[in-house]
Design a protein around this ligand. Sequence first.
Ligand SMILES: *[C@@H]1O[C@H](CO)[C@@H](O)[C@H](O)[C@H]1NC(C)=O
Ligand SMILES: *[C@@H]1O[C@H](CO)[C@@H](O)[C@H](O)[C@H]1NC(C)=O
Ligand SMILES: *[C@@H]1O[C@H](CO)[C@@H](O)[C@H](O)[C@H]1NC(C)=O
Length: 430
Amino acid sequence: MFWTTLTALFSLFSRLYPRGRIEHEPLRLQFELRHQHAVSPDAHIVFADIPQVPTSAFTKGYEATYSIATKRLSAFRPPSFPAHEAARIRSMRHAQSTDLPWYEDDIIGPDVEDRETLLELAKMTNNAYVTPDDAAWYALEDDWHDRYPFGWEPDADGIRGYVFATPDNGTVVLSIKGTSTAIWGSGGPTGKKDKLNDNLLFSCCCARIDWTWTMVCGCYRGGWKCDQTCLGQALAEEGLFYPIGTNLYANLTYMYPKANIWITGHSLGGALASLLGVTFGVPVVAFESPGERLAATRLHLPSPPSTHHVTHVYHTADPIAMGTCNGILSSCALGGYAMETKCHLGKSIVYDTVSNLSWAVDVRKHGIVSVIDDVLSRPWQASSDAGREVPVAEPEVDCMTCYWTDMVCDKECFSWEFGEFPPELVDHVE
Ligand SMILES: *[C@@H]1O[C@H](CO)[C@@H](O)[C@H](O)[C@H]1NC(C)=O
Ligand SMILES: *[C@@H]1O[C@H](CO)[C@@H](O)[C@H](O)[C@H]1NC(C)=O
Ligand SMILES: *[C@@H]1O[C@H](CO)[C@@H](O)[C@H](O)[C@H]1NC(C)=O
């Protein structure tokens, strides 16, 4: 049975990829699960090879091969990662911008106007939450209405997910797990680090909401003052997700030197995918990501001439992606998450589930399963009516955040003053 499937798949690949052909025209790619990656507590990246097409939980409804339509696109890449890192640090430490000689590369990316392609990528991000042999998946799906259907037992406490590759290693997809689990439950072993990263990446100032909150970095300087340099350093500290992600990416290019690499992720994983995508100039599809534009600014990521190779996909009933899960009584804050950002990099495909499916805004709709089962699995009427498969991807120009506490909309974190506030010059820090 297994070999029959494999043989069938192989003949399909041979048809699509005649031997020796290097230039592929945009067409459908098929992916196989190749490695799972996890980061051990000492931030050493571990790739575990998946010995064969996984069975059991992994294949139930979420099959182990993924078919994706491609299209040509261009992305800007830094001359090298060390050059990028040097420019980033120069900007952060000395407020000097470097004219990084980005080069434009013509690459094959996922066709984000194709609904099934988005669906397949979403499934890859979903599977980043479970291990291929994890039976918990079924149990969770059964009580979907009672509690949030994520929860698994990883043995590592950091960034986690899978690597998928085409049989010829021509295209490799890195799929990164997000946080969602932790909002309603303990979140398993990764919950704590996920939460720390969420609060660092998506809060205005170290998750300083009021005096009852434990801040996640030491950049708060009393009143509404926050030290900018301190924030940049806090986000790039070793052991946090951005630097681990760049390390992971480097590792992947080492393993697959000729591959086209794409990155995908859900929630925090999507935000991370985007930050890595604008760093390395690779196609990204991020699902239900909180606003990561501010984090990119704080990390002093050199900005490429265009970030249009990054596509966000989210819907209007998800308060996390919409940037409305803020205010001390929001479900995010009650869970200990200071989700205060809203604006995304690149382009966004926004499904108006509030208008078109009459969904109420609910943090439970943030889950990738809602997106897979209820949004992407069937034709989207509002788009079909316009002769398209998916909503138009558009950059978020004039992006504003609405803070529930003040009932006002303004630029992100507008009530804060960010600047150089060295701790020794500040008399009283609460
Ligand atoms: C693809 O890459 C893997 C390493 O991850 C290697 O073992 C395999 O031989 C490669 N396959 C091809 C067709 O190059
Ligand atoms: C990638 O990770 C593997 C497994 O931890 C390690 O053996 C290898 O040296 C790493 N490669 C790079 C370039 O870091
Ligand atoms: C979807 O919602 C939009 C408003 O966002 C509306 O203009 C459109 O008619 C709706 N389409 C369907 C099919 O409900």
